[in-house]
Design a protein around this ligand. Structure first.
Ligand SMILES: [Zn+2]
Length: 113
């Protein structure tokens, strides 16, 4: 319980998504996804074995809830791979997503729900 309180405070600056319960759902599903995909998909493709740290959207969801929640569109990544994907995405249209896969932009359509 105490840890939860601390997490909530830590997340407060990230906007209202968590208060709406979306992110709790995302956290839960992403954790289950990573249980099934414990290794980074991009590292694995290059022959490296790296534990995954987050879940990424293969096709940018750009706020589309169908794409956002479609687990066929998810891949487990390590933090360095996730960062490299995000950097190219940002050059590619300004999609900004936190390390947990959640959009950083508080005006993002996912947050508006
Ligand atoms: Zn990786």
């Amino acid at each position: 319980m105490l840890k939860r309180e601390r997490d909530r405070r830590h997340d407060a600056k990230r906007g209202s998504a968590r208060q709406r319960g979306y992110s709790a759902r995302w956290d839960r599903l992403a954790k289950l996804f990573r249980d099934r995909h414990p290794m980074c998909a991009m590292c694995e493709a290059r022959g490296h074995i790296t534990p995954s740290a987050c879940v990424d959207h293969i096709r940018p969801h750009k706020g589309d809830p169908i794409l956002f929640w479609d687990q066929n569109n998810w891949q487990a990544l390590c933090t360095p791979c996730h960062s490299s994907v995000k950097q190219s995405d940002e050059r590619d249209g300004g999609r900004r997503v936190g390390v947990d896969g959640w959009p950083v932009d508080p005006k993002h359509r996912v947050h508006v729900g």
